[in-house]
Design a protein around this ligand. Sequence first.
Ligand SMILES: [Zn+2]
Length: 301
Amino acid sequence: MNDPGQTDQSTLEAIRRGDGQAWARLIDEYQGRLLRFALTRVSQPADAEDVVQETFTSFVRAIDRIRLKVSIETYLFGILRNEIVNRFRSQAAGTICLIQDIYQTRGDTDAGNPLDQVAAGDPGVSWCLCRDEQEQLQRDVLAQALRQFVADFKEAGKLRDLKIAELLFYCKVPNQDVAGLLALDDGLVRVVKHRCLKRIRDYCLKLCPPTDQSFCCSQDLLTETWESHRLSCPKRSTLGAFLLEMLEAEWFDYVDFHLATVGCRFCRASFKDLKEQRNGPEQDEFRRRLVTSTVGFLSQP
Ligand SMILES: [Zn+2]
């Protein structure tokens, strides 16, 4: 859902060729939501504009090296988030869901390899082999497995289970709080969690080369992968349909959950930008500044 589409690839290629118009269009499209995101993370508007400018600068300077594994939007949000964390070092700057502000202080209740908990009783498979050169491969495999896992839930309309998975893996909310938030039985949440981990693990094993049936996973890696690919984030068009109240009831409820209960800051920024799409004169001014300050980094055709 947040994979790079054909349009993202052509935009990237156009910018690589030094197409200033394509670059200005990209700024136009993403500056609003990036600025809204930054404004929720830093207190001074000038700092927010500064980190957004830095984000576009980093993007254009790295343009020849970028290999898109996620959409341009997700890629830009990733740079922006790093920029904010590096510049304003604080735990709060790093959380990407409102709900994490409540739960992050409580300590991690699920240390260790979550996929190992499923693997217990399956001694034929070693689940922890961590050589550096394998790390990237493992991350890619995990991302692919999780993408498939989320797609299955969506196709089957299992939105309750998707909500449980999202709270557990994207937000790291402890089991019993997941049960409380969704008004479900504790035991049910545990069962769904076990089923989810088993499915993720099976997908990983299927995707790993047969010679390499080993996998190292931690709760952090699971969350980091979920986050960096924004696996359960609705598309911008879905947010638009939500705004116009044109979604079917159960999807409307899911998007509302993602925005209000999970409090996904990427999607909230995007949603706010959609609501205030008619940019005011200050945004036009900011846009002009962004284009002027970054266009010089484009390679000359
Ligand atoms: Zn989201």
